[in-house]
Design a protein around this ligand. Sequence first.
Ligand SMILES: Cc1ncc(COP(=O)(O)O)c(C=O)c1O
Length: 426
Amino acid sequence: MKEWKSFDVITRGQGMWLIDSKGNRLLDGVASMWCNVWGHSKKELVDAIIGQTRKLQHSSLFNLTNDQAELLAEKLVKISTGMNKVFFSDDGSTAMEIAAKMALQYWQNIGVKNKTRFVTLENGYHGDTIGAMSLGYIPLFFSRFKSLLFSVIRTPTPHKYRMPKKQSFKEYENFCIQKIEGVFSKNDNIAAFVMESGAQVAGGAIIYPLGFQNKVSKLCKKYDVLLILDEVATGFGRLGSLIEYESQNSIPDIVSYGKMLTAGYLPLAATLTNKKIYDAFLGKYEDMKQLFHGHTFTGNPLAAATALANLKLYEKNKLISKIKKNTQLFTSRIDEITELNLVGDVRHKGMLMGIELVSSKKEKTPIRPEKSIHKRIFVEAKKHKIYLRTLGHIVLLVPPLAISSNELDFLLDGTIDTIKKVTKEL
Ligand SMILES: Cc1ncc(COP(=O)(O)O)c(C=O)c1O
């Protein structure tokens, strides 16, 4: 992008703050791409990395395993109701690719040859690799790659602010559910339904009404369709719960974790599934039931040790119950933000807030790309010593979970002042 002449070079991180090569400090309002939990340079996590580095840096999960990956798998199964087995990978996109491949092959392994299609919610996002782009299709990002993507059936997302016609939100939610049921009842070839758990984050912080995900899970059971949930962005506390599908009362067949699993310190993702799916892959070598999928760094012990140390901190610090206080702080500022001139909608759950900027509140017209809103917000926010990033015309506040109340207030004050200043410029 031509207008970006240079970038700030971050050389250090201290708590919630990023420090650049010139010594400038920025409060990390993005949790370094939605994955930081405790802030930067947290002693326990750094110690875990150093400690493990002295013992074993990498070994493979091909014919072998390692103690850290084993312990982490055990831990993840323990905290994930209904899940029994773990497949490790390196990032969220890959975790979703694995989920899709597992679902597709599951049906073949049990002799159901026709279940090959996926159904997803419109506006979902599951990553940037080819399979993940196919599942989560955001036209702005992916339209150029359409020729590479596999075809997926999409049903509407219950998005209150952008419902297509005047109706109650309940009516619209029912319509969205009926659409899914319509697809399931007319097609007996659906392998799986895929959705982000709790909310679409990259799609603009679209938070589903409580009960929606539970209804989807019931439909999946009724029509014998696997449910794949993506908790890469929404799990581990982002929406206020450790495992979001539990608070949504919707146990999936396959779930993907990533981002905050290592508190954002090292790349690691996991795809978990239940015994039913796992058993369908179990057979003699020559049966060829196994999942032919593996990455070089699958089950990396440094990443696994970091994740274990991270999850230990969650328990020791009772993080999930502490998040409630910050959640209330977010809630208490919603009216103030909604009243701002450019703000069309404010959506919030847990430690996620989306502020949708529009040029007309009445028409709900998104601010046009030529207004360079992303750049204006970023530059102005820096003057307020905060690091903010927009998704198109939507400002996302995604701070590290353990941010203090004072720092969260600082972030919210800076965001409000930034939006006010940018409003004046426009
Ligand atoms: C819901 C969801 N799934 C998958 C991904 C992809 O994760 P990664 O960027 O680690 O590949 C993301 C990334 O933002 C995400 O938000």
